[in-house]
Write a protein that binds this ligand. Structure first.
Ligand code: FES
Length: 84
């Protein structure tokens, strides 16, 4: 079981699963849910190594540093903290 944290809450998610649903509950806003619109762009403050590699959509969008398009992220295991 993996954990996604925001500044004041945390939620469990199965290892190897997308984090879009729990992040919606944590307060991330979504639009296209396909890596195109950028609505879900969020900074990962801790645990970037526990997320999937950048998707092709994220590369095309040009995310960098601590940024991720959350609709594209799968958590491998462990904990991830987001700046929501
Ligand atoms: S919801 Fe559009 S890029 Fe993630």
């Amino acid at each position: 079981m993996a954990i996604v944290k925001s500044n004041d809450a945390e939620m469990e998610v199965q290892d190897g699963e997308p984090i879009i649903d729990v992040c919606e509950e944590l307060g991330v806003c979504f639009g296209c849910q396909a890596g195109n619109c950028g609505a879900c762009l969020t900074n990962v403050t801790d645990g970037m190594e526990n997320l999937s590699e950048y998707s092709e959509q994220e590369k095309m969008f040009g995310v960098e540093g601590k940024e991720r398009l959350i609709c594209q992220c799968i958590i491998k295991s462990g904990e991830v903290t987001l700046d929501i």
